[in-house]
Design a protein around this ligand. Structure first.
Ligand code: ATP
Ligand code: MG
Length: 707
């Protein structure tokens, strides 16, 4: 057994200036809970709680004497008995369970200044983005975060979604437990700048997500049906077969429609906790009301916990919010019932009773910007106005500390008591299987989605033209090279190894840096295993990656007049394709390690130049101390294998006038690399093929852990 002690003050301190200072102990509230990981079935509490009105004294800072009513803050979740009637238990088909989200003293700081090894040794300045934000959102509630641009809404929402890395302190719990895989899978997160695959249609986008995120107890048809229902609910019926577009210069659905697709993707899985960053931005007021209405119904009818940030809501939208957090430069200046916000500001002297009933959001945003309703400065700028704004913001922060923060902290302790039942459901969910779908299902869905998304890119006319024109031009330059022109024949073989050693490398370096935002988003919601994604992504590229070199080889091989024997041709083709796969693997590894297209292409070009020089064709007398370099170059192995396929040790060529024949192994370009020991070359290339891919996979895994 352990004893948990919460201190519930029966009065607020009059000058509770520091938000980090705990309230002074008054009557201890003692909760006895068993010391096991499982939530206790019964909580014995010895609590002496009182909700006496706080005794306020003037701080001396010019603040009015404030006596807010109890209604001005709604803090704790309703108890089981007091819970509003409604289908609180989640529907059977859904794996969702109610979540009480609690955040206490959330502080987030970032270091300002240059990143990287060249940064100065001076300690970089720190900026506080969130300064001790506290609150609780219960199942069935819709909490809105309001505040001017840059006030920290997105940062707080990201922290609540368990997606914020860096210097985050404070406590964020879900039914009293920290963020876990179970919470991740039951959380929907709609980012402010969401990423969607541009070449998929609206239906495809929703259906693929349904296939990946809905539980395996549903059939494919049922999952597709759910996607259709969300399309209807989001009013996307008329654009169901339009491409998403919007990225990489692709025209598609409108910004508002794209936003609705993003919301639909999260509604699809019926999340226990839904976090949305500005879901109504860019929407007309009717559509915005429809979206917020859907969120409200989700909370009220299904007992879900919904948190949304919002810019400038209309009064119609404002009335739908249950709770409100008002932020000003990273500080909370109001937390409580949305309906009581204006009343609260009136009670602290920053609004008049006449303001109750007008569009509250306008007033609140003005206040968060430091502009009281009766400001004599209006929209002017200047030093006097800035001073007034600063004073107003400071006064509001002090008023919050005095009137809300202390009481909020105390009542949060009580809120914990009401949610152990939910915690038990969550622990059960944590014991359940980690993934909604099997590895194979994830692989096939991701492969199909990848092929659909990249069908335009793969059959890119420019790329086809690039390869075909080089093949045709090369074929003309090496047109029917006679066997006696061994120099030209070896040059053609070297050209094969260089072109197909480097062209796929440059294509592959883009793969993971470009996919990163999608991977990050989908991994954050626990949609699939990294291994299924990795294999599907790399396998999806194979058809095109192998089709082009095949066509290229067919053209230039026959035009160049190389050995026409079918076996020789087939073996040459296999070596070229093998080299393509190795080059692709290196490109994937470089891209995954650096995750930056510019840096990755720079490194790729340096590597290709080194491999080119060490490839055994240009420099034939490499000094022994650097000769090992060629063994790192896969184009060296490819070149050697192609020579081995084309020539045998007993072959001769016409090396002088009057039909003088010389053995090909004596020709310098062939002698340097040799013709034997081909299995060593094949093994070395196979090791590179696997090794580079493993490196790429580990780099992605590392990135995922460091996020
Ligand atoms: N990693 C970071 N480095 C530096 N500054 C940051 C970082 N993250 C956030 N900020 C700053 O923190 C402040 C809050 O950012 P945030 O995106 O949370 O604001 P917001 O309230 O969502 O604004 P908007 O309404 O415009 O979306 C901004 O001033 C932003 O520039
Ligand atoms: Mg934002």
């Amino acid at each position: 057994m352990y004893v948990r002690v919460c201190f519930l003050p029966n009065h607020s301190t009059s000058l509770f200036s520091s938000k980090f200072k705990p309230p002074p102990p008054s009557h201890p509230h003692i909760v006895l809970t068993p010391a096991s990981d499982d939530p206790p079935p019964l909580v014995a509490s010895i609590a002496i709680m009182s909700r006496h009105e706080p005794e306020h004294t003037d701080s001396g800072g010019g603040l009015p004497d404030v006596r807010p009513t109890v209604n001005s803050t709604v803090i704790a979740c309703p108890t089981e008995a007091a819970a509003p009637p409604g289908p609180r238990p989640p529907p059977k088909a859904s794996s969702a369970f109610p979540i009480t989200l609690k955040f206490e003293e959330v502080v987030y700081k970032v270091k300002l200044g240059q990143k990287g090894w060249w940064r100065s040794s001076r300690t970089p300045a720190e900026k506080t983005i969130l300064d001790g934000i506290t609150g609780v959102v219960c199942p069935g509630e819709l909490l809105a975060m309001l505040g001017p641009s840059g006030s920290g809404k997105t940062t707080l929402l990201t922290a609540l979604g368990g997606r914020l890395s860096g210097k985050l302190s404070g406590k964020i719990t879900y039914n009293g437990l920290p963020f876990s895989g179970a919470v991740k899978r039951c959380t929907g997160f709609v980012a402010q700048d969401d990423v969607l695959y541009p070449h998929l249609t609206v239906t495809e986008t929703l259906t693929f997500t349904a296939l990946l995120r809905l539980p395996r107890s549903l059939t494919r048809a049922e999952k597709a049906h759910q996607a259709q229902q969300v399309i209807a609910e989001m009013g996307l019926g008329n654009v169901a077969h339009s491409m998403i577009g919007g990225a990489r210069g692709v025209r598609g659905v409108s910004g508002g429609e794209r936003k609705r697709v993003s919301i639909g993707l999260e509604l699809l899985v019926d999340p226990s906790l839904l976090l949305l960053d500005e879901p109504t931005s860019g929407l007309d007021s009717t559509t915005a009301a429809r979206i917020v209405g859907t969120l409200k119904r989700l909370a009220a009818d299904k007992g879900r916990t919904v948190v949304t940030t919002i810019h400038q809501p209309s009064s119609r939208l404002y009335r739908m919010f249950d709770k409100l957090v008002l932020l000003s430069e990273g500080n909370a200046i109001y937390y409580g019932r949305a309906a009581a916000a204006v009343e609260y500001f009136a009670s602290v002297g920053f609004a008049s009773p006449a303001d109750v009933g007008v569009n509250a959001a306008d007033l609140l945003l003005d206040l968060a910007n430091g502009i009281p309703p009766d400001s004599k400065y209006g929209s002017e700028t200047g030093d006097a106005m800035q001073r007034e704004q600063k004073a107003v913001k400071e006064a509001l922060i002090t008023a919050y500390d005095r009137n809300i923060a202390t009481r909020l902290k105390a009542e949060l302790c009580v809120a914990e008591l009401n949610n152990y039942g939910y915690a038990r459901e969550m622990v059960n969910a944590m014991k359940k299987e980690k993934w909604c779908t099997s590895w194979w299902e994830q692989f096939t869905v991701l492969l199909t989605r990848g092929l659909k998304e990249r069908r335009h890119e793969a059959f890119n006319k420019l790329r086809i033209f690039q390869v075909l024109s080089v093949a045709a031009l090369g074929g003309l330059l090496w047109w029917h090279t006679p066997t006696s022109h061994i120099q030209d024949r070896t040059a053609l073989i070297f050209f094969f190894s260089v072109f197909w050693g480097f062209f796929p490398l440059y294509n592959a370096v883009f793969t993971f840096p470009q996919e990163r935002p999608f991977l990050r988003k989908e991994q954050a919601s626990g949609m699939y295993r990294l291994s299924s994604y990795f294999l599907a992504r790399t396998a999806g590229d194979l058809p095109m990656e192998l089709a082009l070199p095949t066509v290229f080889t067919v053209i230039i091989y026959w035009m160049g007049g190389l050995d026409p024997h079918p076996d020789t041709f087939l073996l040459s083709l296999l070596v070229v394709l093998f080299s393509v796969l190795v080059a692709q693997s290196l490109g994937l590894a470089v891209g995954a390690i650096l995750m930056d297209v510019k840096q990755a292409t720079t490194l790729a070009s340096v590597t290709t130049l080194v491999f080119l020089m060490a490839g055994g064709y240009y420099v034939q007398q490499i000094p022994p101390f650097i000769a090992w370099l060629k063994y790192l170059s896969y184009s060296f192995y490819c070149y050697k294998l192609l020579l081995g396929v084309q020539f045998s040790e007993h072959d001769t060529y016409e090396c002088g006038a009057n039909g003088v024949m010389c053995p090909v192994v004596e020709f310098q370009a062939i002698k340097t690399v040799g013709l034997g020991r081909t299995w060593i070359d094949v093994t070395a290339m196979a090791a590179m093929l696997v090794g580079y891919r493993v490196v790429a996979y580990l780099a992605l895994q590392h990135l995922q852990r460091c996020r």
